[in-house]
Design a protein around this ligand. Structure first.
Ligand code: ADP
Ligand code: ZN
Length: 435
């Protein structure tokens, strides 16, 4: 039986949700205009007044905000409440440049934890569960968000943070963890370590995992589900909008429901800024409608995905977003061809390789080069050089079919690529160093 944290909201009719969003949007725009000079200036420059926003249909009149705006406003430029009303600060992981800091009032923390409680409940979590939080604690939002959500649900919370892999597995066993929260790359590492310790899924009680904060493929999902003996659920969010829990997966495991009562999503053409209809791939944009300290209107996430309002088998009516393909700035342009790291991961895992890989791009004599190193599993390791060359060749041709360009493949020894305990670094683009 499907469980909901807040059935009234999660299963509201389209009309009810639209009405709620419209009311909240109108109030939030007025609030931001009155309290955030940075955004007021953007609205004035575009000639939009709060009174012009009368409902959802007027959203597209508002100016966009980008990460560059947040960097420019660092640290207090987008703050809408006095600091003595704020209770928390978090910061982005800095994956793509200077960190952004976000502020929270107690109301904002409650809203965020509530979103995470919805995600844990959708993954089957109840007060009977033991929830092992192995996301990093600290400035990063992963640990704090799932920790708060787990408390709300009433799970017995195990605040492990990331790292110390043997102890993670020991506690998982000794304390009977049933739900694991961490990045998918760390989940894969934990699965691998479990088997290396001579254990199998039968030795642990895990039933579900809530994995996010970085892109991962369906192939990776299946591989983690098998190695840990669980159902793996995706969760999405970003520091700017609060943290994980902006969207979460349900039992259908096919796209993530967006907590639309707090965040209005739009998909736009990243080049022109034009809104796109449901079903088309574009850049995801969020407008927060309930945040107090750090409200963002039409914030460009740079994540590329598709929205869908098709009926979901779980009964939720919240709009769904597809797994982001990666950020628009994750996309590599190699010899004029668009390449996403996720495409490479799909080919590797579909061909029986491990999710431990490294993509290196460079420019030699004015030509882009693409080198992909992937670890062999112990049983794939061959002492015959010729065998290995054949394997590399066949993998390179599978890549060519997927990507349209020919990479140089390198099969490397098991355990030779560094494991990630947080967000994995999978791409090194040396062309940027030459510029
Ligand atoms: P940073 O931008 O420095 O990595 P964050 O920790 O706030 O800081 O990361 C947010 C970003 O992480 C999102 O914009 C998105 O690109 C990525 N992300 C988060 N969850 C997922 C997910 N489930 N699938 C794919 N990407 C995700
Ligand atoms: Zn659903």
């Amino acid at each position: 039986m499907e469980r909901y944290w807040n059935k009234e909201i999660e299963c509201a009719s389209r009309e009810e949700m639209k009405k709620l969003q419209s009311e909240r949007l109108v109030a939030q725009v007025r609030y931001v205009y009155d309290n955030v000079k940075y955004y007021r200036d953007l609205m004035d420059a575009k000639g939009v007044k709060p009174g012009d926003i009368r409902g959802l249909e007027d959203l597209c009149k508002l100016p966009f905000l980008s990460k560059a705006d947040l960097r420019e406003g660092y640290p207090y430029g987008l703050l809408a409440r006095p600091l003595n009303e704020c209770v928390r600060i978090h910061s982005t992981s800095g994956t793509t440049g200077r960190r952004v800091v976000a502020f929270y009032t107690q109301h904002d923390v409650d809203m965020w934890e509530d979103c995470c409680a919805r995600a844990i409940t959708a993954a089957g979590g109840t007060p009977d569960d033991v929830c092992q939080v192995a996301y990093g604690y600290g400035l990063f939002t992963g640990g704090a968000g799932l920790h708060g959500g787990s408390h709300k649900v009433g799970c017995l919370t195990l605040p492990m943070s990331s790292g110390n892999t043997e102890r993670q597995i020991q506690f998982m066993r000794d304390l009977g963890a049933t739900i694991l929260c961490c990045t998918p790359s760390y989940a894969a590492y934990l699965g691998e370590s479990l088997h290396e310790m001579g254990l199998t899924p039968a030795d642990i009680k895990l039933k579900a995992g809530i994995f996010g904060a970085e892109p991962w493929t369906e192939e990776m999902r299946r591989s983690i589900e098998k190695s840990l003996g669980i159902k793996a659920y995706d969760i999405y969010g970003l520091t700017e909008t609060s943290g994980p829990g902006v969207a979460f997966e349900c039992s259908a495991q096919k796209g993530m429901h967006i907590n639309e009562d707090n965040f209005i999503p739009e998909i736009i053409n990243p080049e022109t800024g034009e809104p796109l209809p449901d079903g088309e791939v574009g850049e995801l944009v969020f407008t927060s409608i309930t945040k107090e300290a750090f409200p963002l209107l039409r914030y460009r996430t740079r994540d590329l995905c598709v929205l869908s309002r098709e009926k979901c088998s779980c009964g939720r009516t919240l709009v769904k977003m597809s797994k982001p393909k990666g950020r628009s700035d994750d996309m590599l342009i190699i010899r004029g061809v668009n390449v996403f790291p996720s495409q490479i991961e799909t080919v590797l895992i579909a061909n029986g390789y491990s999710p431990n890989y490294l993509i290196e791009v460079d420019r030699v004599n004015n030509t882009d080069t693409l080198d992909i190193s992937v670890e062999m599993k112990p049983d794939q390791f061959s002492d015959k050089v010729r065998d290995m060359q054949l394997q590399e060749k066949s993998l390179a041709s599978a890549m060519k079919t997927m990507l349209g360009i020919n990479p140089k493949m390198h099969l490397v020894a098991p355990k030779s690529i560094t494991r990630s305990e947080g967000k994995a670094v999978r791409v090194i683009d040396r062309r940027k160093l030459h510029d």
